[in-house]
Design a protein around this ligand. Structure first.
Ligand SMILES: C[S@@+](CC[C@H](N)C(=O)[O-])C[C@H]1O[C@@H](n2cnc3c(N)ncnc32)[C@H](O)[C@@H]1O
Length: 466
């Protein structure tokens, strides 16, 4: 370690920035963000200073700094853009014992500035000891991705309840455990999901719980796994998987996505595949509740998005009705993933001004859709679970007036390595669907946009079978 990592309190103190360059503006902004008062000394200021001046007026001395400017400052930053002037000013600061940082010159700096991840109360500084600022920025980018965007809100939330928790929980170890459960448990998840009011209510309940009942509180996250490609998981889904004690998953979740779960998480298959033991929805609901009541962090992992043909809504209602803390993490739904993977834009200024997602699942032998509305021109129809009902879908759309020549694409295993795409016309839909019978999950995209499918990945169009 070449430098001592420390966080310097600048609130209410004065700092000097020598230079009017864009690099000087960055330093000036940091001084203001840390609550310091600022003097900028430079004959000219870059226009990038204008914004800062509007937001928080500062003292500008239109000349290079002198000894008096340095002695009034707790810290000095030098970024004049002229290496010789930088060196002269740094020598002056050092003689006056004012700690100095010179941009891009660690050799003549008393302290260096880290790459910063700023989440309000939570700040992470990354340094490579001046060896490679670019490497520091790359590390920072990784940390940015790993830390939830609402970490600042979580910090502020903790600060708000700090005194109350200290008053109610006198034992230091018990208080530490309590905060661990709060910040790493369902209450923290509510804050990170932007549900501050619900988090506050849960916090009051937790604080008022008798000491012997203050163990870990279980919760359920209903998480969208996306279409099966683990790179299409959201950051929040990944975070939920990595903190899960139990993952209840169905077949659409995909092995590679499950591999992203915490190593020692219990993985429980609750799918409805014919060849495997299947569980009813009631059993799944009961299982989620039992694990959560046992204090576990449960992830209910569902293919695509939980709220699109995924029964996520029913599960959420059940959990709410049974008083179990639950959050929902959206996922990339199959329609969006398949469209992207096959190069089909679902809307297009020239071909489609609307898109509708329907299920082809048959109820009493009929897909439950309003075909007359769906057959309107200039709209894209995406049919989930519809391949086995292709003949009925084709007949109803033709009856409703859609042309036999309307382009159609079927995408099977969208976004996965074994993705298969077929393109053709509505008139030939059943022949097209036959190619995907007994295959992986597949959906149909019907409408002019389907003709834009990336043919390099698609099987050649079928002639209409009539
Ligand atoms: C029960 S629905 C679940 C949909 C899921 N909640 C979603 O948002 O994608 C299952 C249907 O989604 C479609 N599907 C799911 N994953 C798919 C994939 N990777 N490729 C193509 N279709 C997929 C298929 O139509 C499948 O029959």
């Amino acid at each position: 370690m070449k430098h001592l990592p420390a966080f310097f309190s600048l609130a209410g103190h004065h700092a000097l920035v020598a230079g009017g360059t864009p690099a000087a503006v960055q330093r000036a902004r940091l001084v203001v963000a840390a609550g310091g008062t600022l003097t900028v000394a430079a004959p000219r200021l870059d226009s990038a200073f204008d914004d800062l001046r509007r937001q928080s007026p500062f003292d500008w001395q239109p000349r290079w700094p002198d000894a008096a400017d340095f002695t009034q400052a707790r810290l000095a930053f030098i970024a004049t853009g002229d290496p010789i002037r930088d060196e002269t000013l740094a020598a002056m600061a050092r003689e006056l014992r004012v700690p100095v940082n010179v941009t891009d010159q660690p050799r003549i700096s008393d302290f260096i500035m880290p790459a910063i991840v700023d989440r309000g109360e939570v700040v992470v500084g990354v340094s490579t000891g001046g060896a490679s600022p670019v490497l520091a920025r790359l590390v920072r980018a990784r940390i940015e991705r790993a830390l939830p965007a609402r970490l600042a809100e979580l910090g502020a939330f903790a600060a708000r309840f700090r005194d109350t928790a200290r008053a109610l929980l006198r034992d230091v170890a018990a208080r530490r455990r309590f905060w661990e459960h709060v910040l790493d448990g369902p209450i923290g998840q509510l804050v990170l999901a932007g549900r501050e009011q619900a988090a506050r209510e849960a916090m009051l309940v937790a604080l008022n719980r008798p000491a012997n009942e203050r163990g870990p509180v279980g919760s359920v996250a209903i998480v969208g796994a996306g279409p099966g490609d683990p790179d299409l998981l959201t950051l929040r889904a990944l975070d939920a998987l990595q903190r899960a004690d139990v993952v209840l998953y169905d077949e659409l979740a995909g092995r590679e996505v499950l591999d992203r779960a915490r190593r020692d998480a219990e993985l429980v298959y609750v799918g409805k595949q014919k060849a495997r033991h299947s569980r009813s929805q009631d059993e799944i609901n009961a299982l989620m509740a039992a694990h959560a009541r046992a204090g576990k962090q449960v992830v209910r992992l569902k293919g695509g998005d939980p709220f699109i043909f995924g029964r996520g809504g029913e599960e959420l209602e059940y959990l709410r009705a049974h008083g179990i803390a639950a959050t929902v993490v959206p996922g990339v739904t199959a329609a969006l993933a398949c469209a992207a993977a096959s190069g089909i834009p679902l809307t297009h200024r020239e071909h489609a001004s609307a898109v509708t997602f329907v299920t082809g699942y048959l109820k009493n032998g009929e897909p439950a859709a309003d075909w007359a509305t769906l057959a309107q021109s200039r709209q894209t129809i995406v049919v989930y679970m519809g391949v086995s009902a292709a003949a009925t879908v084709r007949d109803r759309l033709l009856e409703a007036g859609l042309a036999r020549t309307t382009p159609v694409a079927i995408i099977e295993n969208g976004s996965r390595p074994d993705q298969k795409v077929s393109v053709g016309t509505l008139g030939a839909l059943t022949a097209l669907a036959a190619r995907h019978a007994n295959g992986g999950p597949a959906l149909m995209i019907i409408g002019d946009v389907a003709a834009l499918a990336d043919v390099a990945h698609a099987k050649p169009a079928l002639a209409e079978a009539s």
